[in-house]
Design a protein. Structure first.
Length: 150
């Protein structure tokens, strides 16, 4: 039985933001968290996300996506559920039994970026960096015991 906190990142397609957040949390706090990601309407992982994550040494090329409602139906339990999409979409997420915290972090959707390939990559890098910074702040905050007893 794991004594790690179970955390789920959720976005629309589980193709970009939630995948990046999951990867960064695994990188910075695998000793504290058991982490997964899922989507409301799962799709293939965004190739631009794979490319920009590779730039920072994280390989998502073989990563699959999963449906948040499948996890819910299976009775999966998470201590923390973090939505990384817009508020309206976040409200569609199921409430998992046993959940102690629900957080909403809004990031721009790389799937909606337009422009040249390089412009889209630049915008995707910006979101990647925002997510990494948010994860680092979260890990620092979550490492304090009083975070879990509020």
């Amino acid at each position: 039985m794991s004594d790690k906190h179970k955390l789920l990142f959720v976005c629309i397609h589980n193709s970009a933001r939630s995948q990046m957040a999951e990867a960064f949390l695994k990188k910075y706090a695998a000793d504290i968290f058991e982490v997964e990601s899922a989507g409301l309407e799962p799709a293939d992982i965004n190739p631009n996300v794979v490319a920009v994550m590779q730039e920072v040494g994280i390989d998502l090329s073989q990563k699959g996506t999963q449906d948040v409602f499948d996890l819910f139906r299976k009775g999966r339990m998470f201590n923390v559920v973090v939505t990384v999409c817009d508020q309206a979409s976040a409200e569609r997420c199921p409430i998992f039994p046993g959940m102690t915290r629900r957080l909403a972090w809004s990031f721009a959707d790389p799937g909606a970026f337009r422009g040249s390939h390089e412009e889209v990559l630049q915008q995707t890098r910006a979101v990647r960096d925002q997510i990494e910074a948010k994860i680092m702040d979260f890990v620092a905050e979550a490492s304090h015991i009083d975070y879990w007893i509020k």
